[in-house]
Ligand binder design. Structure first.
Ligand SMILES: Nc1nc2c(ncn2[C@@H]2O[C@H](COP(=O)(O)OP(=O)(O)OP(=O)(O)O)[C@@H](O)[C@H]2O)c(=O)[nH]1
Ligand SMILES: [Mg+2]
Length: 207
């Protein structure tokens, strides 16, 4: 059984990734992706999500206060796995407590970064996380929002992320490029939505 933690700065898309994965499970789409297999939802808990009042200076509608959680089971092997997605607003004590708790209990970690913001402020989030495995996975999310030469920019991001973690003696096992939301007007949306399901299955079911 894998305890997977999705950690990253505020609004990088951790909750969206978790919700999209649940959608794949509920719609049976999980069998159709690369490395797909039959799995079912055991339990979901998104009660840690708080609504942000409109006009709060952000387009975001909700924000994670207490960690979100999804338990799912592989039908054939009957193995169950839990995915945790705490909030990213570490300035709030209760959110920070969730981050620290999940970083302690997770057996695998995905560090989630977003393409629509500079990396420097997103790195600051990880300076606060004290319990880290020696090797982690990295998800570069919101690929649809990357402008210009996407391929070149992704390579640059990968280099910077690898260097950042290497300086902290943490190795990156693998990078995943994803789109955590079903966005309109992005031609490759299905490929990068699928990448979310493929990432989670790869980390949980092949261990
Ligand atoms: N365009 C685009 N928007 C995305 C993507 N993934 C998430 N979003 C949007 O980004 C915003 C933040 O998403 P959340 O899933 O709440 O982010 P989070 O990391 O859980 O945020 P906190 O838990 O509060 O730190 C929402 O408005 C999502 O709809 C993506 O791949 N592309
Ligand atoms: Mg969240």
């Amino acid at each position: 059984m894998v305890n997977l933690g999705l950690l990253g700065d505020v609004s990088t898309g951790k909750t969206s990734i978790l919700r999209l994965f649940v959608r794949y499970l509920n719609k049976g789409e999980i069998e159709k992706v690369k490395g797909g297999k039959k799995c079912t939802v055991v339990k979901t808990d998104f009660s840690g999500e708080a609504t942000i009042p409109k006009g709060g200076g952000t387009e975001k509608e909700t924000k994670t206060i207490h960690p979100n959680r999804v338990v799912f089971r592989e039908t054939e092997s009957k193995r169950a796995h839990t995915i945790f997605a705490p909030g990213g607003d570490r300035e709030r004590a209760v959110v920070k407590m969730g981050i620290i708790t999940i970083s302690r209990i997770a057996t695998q970690i995905i560090a989630v970064f977003s393409c629509d913001k500079e990396l420097a402020p997103q790195f600051e989030f990880f300076n606060d996380v004290r319990f880290f495995p020696e090797k982690i996975f990295v998800c570069i999310n919101k690929f649809d929002l990357l402008e210009g030469n996407k391929e070149k920019k992704i390579e640059e991001m990968k280099k910077k992320i690898t260097t950042f973690f290497k300086e902290r003696k943490i190795g990156v096992i693998e990078f995943f490029i994803t789109c955590g939301e079903i966005v309109d007007g992005f031609a490759d949306v299905e490929t990068y939505n699928n990448a979310v399901a493929e990432m989670i299955l790869n980390i949980t079911t092949t261990q």
